[in-house]
Design a protein around this ligand. Structure first.
Ligand code: BGC
Length: 391
């Protein structure tokens, strides 16, 4: 009798889960399926070359938390987490299909690279040689250039690891790609633990001295990807300092205290409280915090965000010294996302652990934010996004 009751409960649960577009399996588990096909090309003899298939992976943990990601850009397309009453919502912005990602978008769910954030005037000098980059955020370069890691086809491989279902994406960036020296061999893995943590691990090696600074770029809204303004989300950062920048968001090279500025999140504060005072064009937060902990071997606490209504919380832990906080200032409703959602200004936030922006051009930051990678060295980053609830 008890077996029957359990079976019926399991079936009912599976039916509800299916209604919420949850995968059929319960975790820890993973599934994979074809997501779409990249457009075909023609080779140098004019022969049609069919576009590559893009696989989607679904990771699910024992609490029914679901993460979906695709080989194109190693993009996280969906992340469903419970609220204080156990109700699930998808808390990341994104699209329903590959075509929408191909049309161009502001880095939803991507990993910015080979160098995240801005490099002033799209150039840098390394070992006495000047390198020119694409000025895709004129006059600067942004998030790896015209076709950064967000637009590359990665190779994904899923497995059940000791800490949870995981996907490891690999990509080899050729020497000279987007103007950067050295062939860079990169992996990024997403692991979903039973503690509702998304663990992101990056590794990269090079065959020539180069620069590397990767950053995860999901746009979060803890009330749900289509829930409107994030003004009431409360944030707290373990950062007493930030790197002030000019009006084009290039840091001056100074490290300044947040105390007495609108950027002070050392104590819990609603994101909307000082958002207008933060200035900027368009207005909102878009700056790099200097985490008090500096570079660490293991991920350490960086930030906590709470959505008081749903009770969902997000904590960020990282090995990185910097944290870019961005409140979706450039969103203007033209990106029509999942289920037809028009993503408007300030309806999501990004918390992007990374080295400080434009570090390659800031010799004064060499010790606290070194982006140079040499042959024989391994670039390593671990960042943890941990979801919870506060009642
Ligand atoms: C940057 C913003 C930029 C956005 C692009 C963020 O990481 O801080 O300035 O507009 O990425 O999506």
């Amino acid at each position: 009798m008890r077996a029957l009751t359990t079976l019926l409960a399991a079936l009912a649960f599976a039916a509800t889960a299916a209604a919420q577009t949850q995968p059929a399996k319960l975790g820890p588990a993973f599934e994979q399926e074809t997501y779409g096909k990249l457009p075909g090309t023609t080779d140098k003899n004019g022969k049609a070359v069919p576009g590559a298939t893009v696989t989607q992976f679904t990771l699910i943990n024992k609490n029914n938390v679901v993460l979906k990601c695709i080989e194109y850009g190693a993009i996280i397309t969906e992340l469903r987490v419970p609220d204080k009453d156990g109700k699930f919502a998808d808390v990341v912005l994104g699209f329903d299909k590959l075509d929408d990602y191909l049309k161009g978008h502001p880095y939803f769910g991507t990993n910015a690279g080979r160098v995240a954030n801005r490099i002033a005037n799209a150039k840098f000098t390394l070992e006495g040689k000047e390198y020119k980059l694409a000025d895709n955020n004129a006059p600067h370069t942004l998030h790896g250039g015209k076709a950064g890691f967000d637009k590359k086809l990665w190779k994904g491989e899923a497995s059940l690891t000791a800490t949870g279902p995981s996907v490891k994406f690999s990509y080899v960036s050729p020497d000279g790609e987007e103007g950067y020296p050295g062939k860079l061999t990169v992996t990024v893995s997403y692991t979903l633990t039973d503690n509702n943590e998304l663990v992101i691990d990056y590794r990269a090696t090079t065959d020539k001295t180069t620069i590397c600074n990767l950053a995860h770029h999901s746009y979060f809204n803890l009330a749900g990807h289509n829930a409107g303004p994030i003004a009431e989300h409360e944030a707290e950062f373990a950062a007493k300092n930030y790197t002030p920048g000019d009006e084009t968001l290039i840091p001056t090279g100074k490290v300044a205290p947040v105390d007495g500025t609108p950027f002070d999140f050392t104590k819990k504060k609603a994101m909307g409280k000082d958002l207008e005072k933060a200035g900027g064009k368009p207005v909102g937060f878009d700056l790099n915090y200097v985490l008090d902990k500096g570079v660490t071997e293991r991920p350490e606490f960086a930030a906590r965000v709470t959505d008081p209504k749903s009770g969902r919380t997000l904590e960020v832990f990282t090995t990185e010294p910097g944290l870019q906080f961005y409140t979706g200032n450039f969103l203007d409703g033209t990106n029509v996302g999942k289920g037809g959602a028009a993503y408007k200004q300030h309806t999501a936030f990004c918390l992007e652990p990374q080295k400080f922006p434009d570090s390659v051009n800031k010799p004064e930051w060499k010790d606290k934010s070194n982006v140079v990678l040499k042959p024989g060295e391994t670039y390593k980053q671990t960042t943890v996004y941990k979801f919870g609830v506060s009642k």
